[in-house]
Design a binder for this molecule. Structure first.
Ligand code: MSP
Length: 506
């Protein structure tokens, strides 16, 4: 085509290894995966990163509770995330662990740059400390008698020297950045929340600890390690070669799209851009913030005993059913409620009935009326205009990271085609040009939908492609050409197979 491929770098948060993967973590990961797959279809050069966050007190404690060293614990839990992502067909190009040498190197280099620029300094820090917890408390947190709420033992007044990042010096630069880049944080409500935090006044933040050893050492002072969040954020720079391969880093940065849940907005939308500025690096191009997936009206957590794992749902719904549900059902932005019943009914309506039925009907009628050979579509079909306008909407929705809208528009094509078949009733008609035209159009829609739905339906899309007689893989198709009307060649053997999405009992 002669045009230069665009670069698209997309990230998920790196997940703490003190918890096992649940559908909330998977929500961000599946969304990032679908968006990455869409951009690959567009012909963009894509780099998709996920990984695990392995330092800090929480992880050190979880390891201790399991009788493991932090490294052993991190190895086990990090593997669980990798397995979950394999189960869900996640196509990440890299999986970063913050305990890797490359990450120590990048963290130390980036922090060193901020230190040398004068934005990090050692200051005394005084606080009420529980030695058993290895954590500071404020007076409000304590029980009577200045006791730790967990250990019920008196806290101590501890003075520690911590390195502080001079966040307060970045207020104006952050506000200017938000002003100059109105689309950097989406949705707008989240952008406003971040701007509100900055306007509300920024205090310098403590970024190192001496009380814990499980972290990345501060390069200029071996008594300290960086507080877990400040090494974690840097993973996004590590993975594309920060401090190791400048050309690679410059090629991918700052065209990065961070996908995050709203719980970590402050770290990503305030601290991270400021830290990058301090190190002389541009802030990220885009931070897309989504809401919580609620179960029984509550955020999933270990303590609420309401965690659902992807591995618990895939045996019933399949990988495609799983991915489709969360992408279609939960709009990216607001909170949404997950329910098993809702998942069954959407699966039956959209996958078993709409898409599954379309394929089953078309392949059955092609077998009966066309000797199993698919006819070509009508170049002037009424569906053609419909596809053209749907494509615009679908492409725009993926670009905005709105998979639920993109899939809704894609399924309108499926419904419209089912309606056209019901109106024409080719199963009742004599074989001939009229029957061929209506079946050719339906096959063409199936071809186009296989491409457009492939970011969600990693397996069914290939299966549809194969059954209607197309060569190669959906993954090799390029948009927008592959969505243009007339791509189904006709004359191909159409296979009638088992139901693509067997109906589930409600
Ligand atoms: N380790 C930090 C992130 C560091 S990024 C530099 C962390 N990890 S986490 O394991 O707690 O996962 C956080 C992310 O998981 C959230 O931001 C969100 O993307 C996803 N989710 C976790 N629970 C969720 C829901 N209940 N609903 C939707 N997403 C949720 O914070």
């Amino acid at each position: 085509m002669g045009s230069v491929a665009k670069r698209f770098y997309v990230t998920t948060p790196i997940y703490y290894v003190n918890d096992a993967p649940h559908i909330g973590h998977a929500y961000t990961t599946v969304t990032a995966d679908a968006v990455a797959r869409w951009h690959r279809l567009l012909g963009d050069e894509v780099f998709f990163l996920t990984g695990t966050d392995e330092h800090g007190l929480k992880v050190a404690r979880a390891a201790e509770a399991n009788g493991l060293t932090p490294v052993e614990h991190a190895d086990r839990f990090s593997a669980r995330y990798r397995e979950a992502w394999e189960l869900l067909d996640i196509s990440n190009d890299d999986f970063i662990r913050t305990t890797e040498p490359r990450h120590y190197e990048a963290t130390q280099k980036l922090m060193q740059a901020a230190y040398e620029a004068g934005y990090i300094e050692l200051r005394p820090y005084e606080g009420l400390y529980c030695v058993s917890c290895e954590a500071y408390y404020t007076e409000d947190d304590l029980l009577d008698g200045m006791q730790c709420p967990i250990h019920r033992r008196p806290v101590e007044l501890l003075k520690e020297e911590n390195y502080f990042f001079k966040l307060s010096e970045f207020t104006d630069r952050l506000l200017e950045w938000y002003q100059a880049n109105p689309g950097a944080v989406t949705p707008e409500s989240k952008r406003n929340e971040a701007v509100g935090l900055i306007r509300g006044g920024l205090r310098d933040i403590s970024i190192s600890r001496t009380s814990i050893k499980w972290g990345v050492p501060v390069p200029w002072d071996g008594d300290h390690v960086f507080y877990v969040w400040y090494d974690a954020l840097i993973n996004y720079a590590t993975a594309i070669g920060y401090g190791r391969d400048d050309a690679r880093f410059d090629a991918w940065w700052p065209a990065v799209h961070h996908l995050i849940g709203k719980d970590i907005l402050r770290f990503h939308c305030v601290y991270w851009p400021a830290l990058l500025m301090a190190a002389g690096i541009d802030p990220p191009a885009r931070i897309a913030v989504h809401g919580y997936l609620l179960v029984g009206g509550e955020k999933m957590s270990k303590t609420a005993f309401n965690q659902i794992s992807p591995a618990g749902l895939v045996p019933t719904f399949g990988v495609d059913g799983y991915r489709y549900h969360f992408l279609r059902d939960q709009a990216f932005g607001p909170d949404g409620e997950f329910s098993y019943e809702g998942m069954v009914s959407r699966y039956n309506a959209d996958l078993a009935n709409n898409l599954g039925n379309l394929l089953a009907r078309v392949s059955t009628v092609v077998e009966r009326k066309c000797a199993g050979i698919g006819p070509a579509p009508d170049p002037d079909s009424a569906l053609r205009v419909f596809v053209e306008s749907a494509y615009e909407q679908i492409a725009d929705a993926w670009e905005r990271i709105a998979p639920s809208e993109a899939l809704e528009a894609t399924w309108r094509l499926v419904r419209e085609t089912n309606a056209a078949l019901e109106a024409a009733e080719p199963w009742k008609a004599e074989p001939g040009p009229a029957v061929d035209a209506v079946l050719g159009d339906a096959l063409e829609i199936l071809r186009i939908v296989a491409v457009l739905a492939s970011p969600a339906l990693t397996r069914a899309a290939e299966e549809i492609w194969r059954r209607i007689g197309m060569d190669g893989s959906v993954l090799d198709q390029r948009l927008p050409a592959a969505a243009a009307w007339g791509g189904y060649p006709g004359g191909r053997k159409v296979e009638r197979g088992n139901p693509l999405f067997p109906r589930l009992q409600g």
